[in-house]
Design a protein around this ligand. Structure first.
Ligand code: DAH
Length: 341
């Protein structure tokens, strides 16, 4: 009498293999039938307990069933794996036509842009650029510039002192002394750089800011050269219709001294909030290099004369772009910074 069990086990395995939805499901089917405790494995193990006469026949069927289950599991596995691979390829598909993600290259800081613009204008006039130390000695920052001992700028309240004689420069003017000592006239230089003052930050003050200093020394240099140079600068910087005004002023290192104003380009001189109703905007200090300063660097004021100027980069940038708070330059808010590229 033929034993039906092998063919039933085979039927069961075939059905379950067909229903398996993934290779993981199928693995469970394999374990269920062919594993150590699997249905077919146990059936094979039980063959020894059936009558000897039936054993060859039942054993043969059982072995055939085992081979067939192995084959069908193999085929089903290949099918499922292929489907899984297709699915993976589909879901991980790379769209080569998508535009790439560009790295953000950043933008130049507005102060860098304005400083570069100032430098460009003076390079065009034949000036050279030099930079010097932010940590200065009292001699270069004050003494050689004819700034007297009792001048308020020399007060601890106004200047960051590192020691009795060493300080953070309060202006770029010490570069006038450094270059005049290092070289001989004719000199035409600008000195951009960072300067420090003991100010509490508010809308118009910052303890660190930037200046560009200018210096021209030669035989027969006159106030007329200064005026012409700065008028040209103002027109390049603020537009060809810019009007300038030279106002008498005082600096210890220049004589005579002048402050330069440009006609308010916001109101055209009518008077507004930005020019504080005056119609004019102050942009820099300047003057003829004081004879004592020339003597301090070993020059003969009877032989050479010179002029100098100093401007605040933040101030120029604020006027040019209508920025009303100096702190914006130092807060590094990208929403502000990226507007100037
Ligand atoms: N050093 C001055 C300041 O920081 C600015 C200045 C004025 C510079 C007149 C000059 C000058 O070279 O001639 O306020």
């Amino acid at each position: 009498m033929a034993d039906k069990r092998a063919s039933e086990i085979l039927k069961g395995a075939r059905g379950e293999a067909a229903r398996a939805k993934s290779s993981a499901d199928l693995e469970q089917v394999r374990v269920k039938y062919l594993g150590r405790q699997g249905i077919l494995t146990q059936f094979l193990r039980s063959l020894s307990s059936i009558p000897v006469a039936e054993r060859p026949e039942v054993g043969r069927e059982a072995n055939l069933a085992k081979a067939e289950i192995e084959t069908l599991l193999g085929e089903r596995l290949a099918e499922l794996k292929a489907a899984e691979r297709r699915h993976a390829l589909e879901s991980q598909r790379v769209d080569l036509t998508l535009p790439g993600r560009r790295p953000s290259p950043g933008t130049l800081h507005p102060l860098t842009l304005v400083q570069d613009e100032i430098i460009e204008i003076f390079l065009g006039l034949g000036f050279a650029v030099a930079e010097g130390p932010e940590v200065e000695s009292d001699f270069y920052n004050f003494e050689a510039l004819n700034i007297p001992r009792d001048h308020p700028a020399r007060d601890m309240q106004d200047t960051f002192y590192l020691s009795e004689d060493v300080l953070l420069r309060t202006h770029t003017s010490p570069m006038q002394i450094r270059i005049m000592k290092a070289m001989r006239p004719p000199l035409r230089y600008i000195f951009p750089g960072r300067v420090y003052r003991r100010d509490i930050a508010d809308a118009s003050h910052s303890p660190v800011f930037h200046q560009v200093e200018g210096l021209a020394v030669d035989r027969n240099i006159s106030m007329g050269d200064l005026k012409g140079t700065l008028e040209l600068f103002a027109r390049e910087m603020f537009g060809p219709r810019t009007t300038t005004r030279f106002r008498p002023s005082f600096f210890p290192f220049t004589e005579p001294s002048a402050e330069v104003d440009v006609r308010c380009f916001l109101c055209g001189g009518e008077g507004c909030r930005v020019c504080k109703q005056s119609g004019w905007l102050e942009i820099l200090g300047s003057g003829m290099v004081h004879p004592q300063v020339l003597r301090n660097v070993g020059y003969d004021p009877e032989e050479v004369t010179g002029w100098a100027f100093g401007m605040g980069v933040e101030r120029i940038a604020m006027l040019k772009y209508g920025i009303d708070d100096i702190r914006l330059f130092f807060e590094n808010d990208l929403r502000f910074l990226t507007q100037f590229a």
